[in-house]
Design a protein around this ligand. Structure first.
Ligand code: NAD
Length: 488
């Protein structure tokens, strides 16, 4: 596949780094390849930034910070609003670009454009609502004033699974709050982020506010930038292992950190649930993004009275999905991101089957070029299986059974993670009990889709801390100064 149909979206020379409002080559002119996951071919090459390039990007962000923080909130909001309109007008192209570099179907990518773009609209509206407070001290006398200020230059490190939304979710609040930023996009999917930079520049974002350094040297770059005391915040979305490295590195200069890390979402179906609705929800919670989502249902916990029915219905729906190139008509499920992802999913399924799981549908990688895995449903998954502890990140629904509500809650919470969770029940009292008992940042009730730009997205335990979206999202980019005033 070629990038011809989306070339208008990409800067004239998308092989370049974006630093201080200019597109430039990498220091040593080096590049790396971006692959088409549908057949493994090279889609294009992109500049491979060095540590010196990343420092130049931070220099640009630092230089822009003073004036940007003093730009009126309305102006910052209107830049985001214009970018929102521009992305909406070019949704088809953005969707195609993402489908090409990441593999998801164009329909799915359109959904991501709509979802991701909402962060720009939401934060365009939040920019003008940043405010401190004024109060009388409890003992009378003095007055207490709080002022909100941007935290300062930020580093954003983003994953490949949602190339647009993982950018807008960080860029939106940072722009609204008045922060400048250096972005290191995932090496598998740098093009969408470069296209976003183009749209933001056209929308009036001043030079230096946003800088992008695609690189294969993520570890060196993050270490060097975090060792620099001018960097004030790190926001990361990705694996828990890398998140821990970034948190450790943040200690040196005590940078603010937001960590959106891995998940191990339970999807609980009680005996009183509407099983057909639960299957509909499961299709979304499991198959959105081919299962390559941190919110993906990872463990289906189904009451033993309805487990066979749920598995048979889910198996029929999953087995009927058509797998293929994300840009082809009629395709429901695209490829996984790379060969390593296919090997990882295969190994987890083999381990579960060796432990006694039954294959309802799928269970293998189809014989074809590209990085595909067949939609799979496993029943009677033993709790000793590796995929019970670890994120599958692929189109595999692993079903285990339970007998009581207490058991379901205990098993759902028996994980180091705590990002998304799903509950299907028609009992209101149970809904409240279970939602309160689950150790998760997010609980979906009778719904397989919980992400919403107006809601606080984030996790607890090894899923990280900090929230993106909602009223909470902008707080991650603001500092509070308290001013003590005499009563006058
Ligand atoms: P990853 O952690 O390997 O990579 C994420 C990003 O970190 C990439 O840009 C990568 O280049 C970079 N990176 C790797 N090592 C680094 C280092 N030492 N310093 C700085 N950057 C480094 O994760 P992945 O495989 O790309 O993404 C999948 C993971 O992301 C899953 O675990 C998933 O759950 C998680 N995820 C979480 C959320 C969320 O919001 N909680 C959203 C999407 C994905």
């Amino acid at each position: 596949m070629s990038l011809d149909r989306v070339s208008a979206l990409l800067p004239d020379d998308h092989r370049a780094l974006y630093i201080g409002g200019r597109w430039r080559p990498a220091e040593h002119q080096e590049t790396f390849e971006v692959l088409d996951p549908a057949d493994g071919s090279v889609l294009t090459t992109v500049a491979d930034g060095t540590v010196a390039d990343a420092v130049a990007a931070l220099d640009a962000a630092v230089a822009a910070q003073h004036d940007w923080a003093r730009t009126p909130p309305r102006e910052r909001g209107e830049i985001l609003r214009r970018a929102f309109e521009a992305i909406a007008a070019r949704a088809e192209e953005f969707a195609l670009l993402m489908s090409l570099e990441m593999g998801k179907t164009v329909a799915e990518a359109k959904g991501e454009v709509a979802y991701g773009n909402e962060f720009f609209r939401w934060f365009s509206e939040e920019a003008v609502r940043i405010h401190g407070r004024w109060m009388q001290a409890p003992a009378g006398g003095s007055r207490l004033l709080t002022i909100k200020k941007p935290v300062g230059p930020c580093l954003f490190v983003t994953p490949w699974n949602f190339p647009l939304a993982m950018g807008t979710r960080k860029i939106g609040p940072a722009v609204a709050a008045g922060c400048t930023m250096v972005i290191k996009p995932a090496e598998q999917t740098p093009l969408t982020m470069l296209a976003l930079a183009g749209v933001l520049a056209e929308s009036g974002l001043p030079d230096g506010v946003l800088n992008i350094v695609p690189t294969t040297r993520a570890a060196e770059v993050s270490k060097r930038l975090q060792d620099d005391d001018r960097l004030r915040k790190v926001s990361f979305t990705g694996s828990t292992g890398v998140g821990k490295i970034l948190v450790r590195q943040s200690a040196e200069n005590l940078q603010r950190v937001s960590m959106e890390l891995g998940g191990n979402a339970p999807f609980i179906v009680f005996e009183d649930a509407d099983v057909d609705a639960a299957v509909d929800g499961a299709m979304v919670a499991k198959m959105r993004n081919m299962g390559e989502a941190c919110t993906a249902a990872n463990r289906f916990l189904v009451h033993e009275a309805v487990a066979e029915e749920f598995a048979a219905k889910l198996g029929a729906r999953m087995g009927a999905l058509s797998v293929g190139r994300g840009q082809d008509d009629g395709v429901d499920v695209g490829p996984l991101i790379d060969e390593k992802a296919v090997a990882g999913v295969s190994a987890l399924v083999e381990d579960a089957v060796a432990g006694g799981a039954r294959v309802v549908t799928g269970g293998s990688a189809p014989e074809r070029a590209g990085f595909f895995y067949s939609p799979t449903v496993l029943l009677d998954v033993p709790s000793s299986a590796k995929l019970v502890r670890q994120e599958i990140f692929g189109p595999v629904a692993a079903i285990g059974t339970f007998a009581t509500e207490e058991e379901a809650i205990a098993r759902a919470n028996d994980t180091e993670y705590g990002l998304a969770s799903y509950v299907y029940t028609r009992d209101l009292a149970r809904t409240i009990r279970v939602a309160e008992a689950l150790d998760y940042g997010m609980v979906g009730i009778n719904s397989g889709l919980i992400s919403n730009p107006a809601a606080p997205f984030g996790g607890v335990k090894s899923s990280g801390f900090g929230r993106e979206g909602g009223f909470e999202g902008i707080e991650e980019f603001l500092e509070t100064t308290y001013v003590a005033l005499p009563a006058g």
